[in-house]
Write a protein that binds this ligand. Sequence first.
Ligand code: PXP
Length: 239
Amino acid sequence: MVRLHVNIDHVATVRQARRGLNPDPVAWALLAEQAGAHGITCHLRKDRRHIQDDDVKRLVKKVRTLVNLEACLDPEMVRLALASKAKCICLVPENRQEITTEGGLDVIAERKTLAKVLPLFARKSQMVSLFVDPDPKQIVAAADLGAPFVELHTGAYSNAKGKTRERELARLRAATELAYDKGLRVNAGHGLDYTNVAAVAELPHVEELNIGHAIVSHALTAGVHLAVRQMLAQMGVVR
Ligand code: PXP
């Protein structure tokens, strides 16, 4: 059965809009766990635009399932990921200007750095996944490096429509088969939502989906009645 890891970054985005304490992404993560999430994912970015260092520390202490920490290959971020005690580490590319992670890691270009850092994570029993596009060359390079997992970037599939989406799904399917044949375990994520997730959840060999924005945005909409009713009650307005 495919597992769901809920990405809580955008709960922190809302909090950072006021640089305050609410909403607390850690408290929200615990609610996601209660609702059945199999793990919690967050991305500690170099610019700290959403998740903060203290969030990661609190998540690792409080989350009962597992924490999957996304980090880039910048030496400082690798050091923090190694020190974090997060059980899973997803290595991602990062560009300060991007709105979200735009493409997969170039495993071929980063081969030397990855060959250095992968054993460091293995020594700490942290399971690493490399976030890659569903590109055979990247998957073969990840397998050659002995990475335990790849996370396939589903962004191109999620953004496509009609026949192009069918082609992107076929590309994902071929990538899962190749990764599995090469001995890699396979996760997937990015841009998945309530309308496009089913086909990806059905792909062979996919163990875990990382989904954030769609769940956080749906939670905002699903919670609006309760939030407004409770405010009216505090105002003494009877409805
Ligand atoms: N997987 C990775 C590696 C990501 O960087 C992200 C976005 O932070 C996701 C999954 C989740 O993407 P989304 O928020 O679009 O569900």
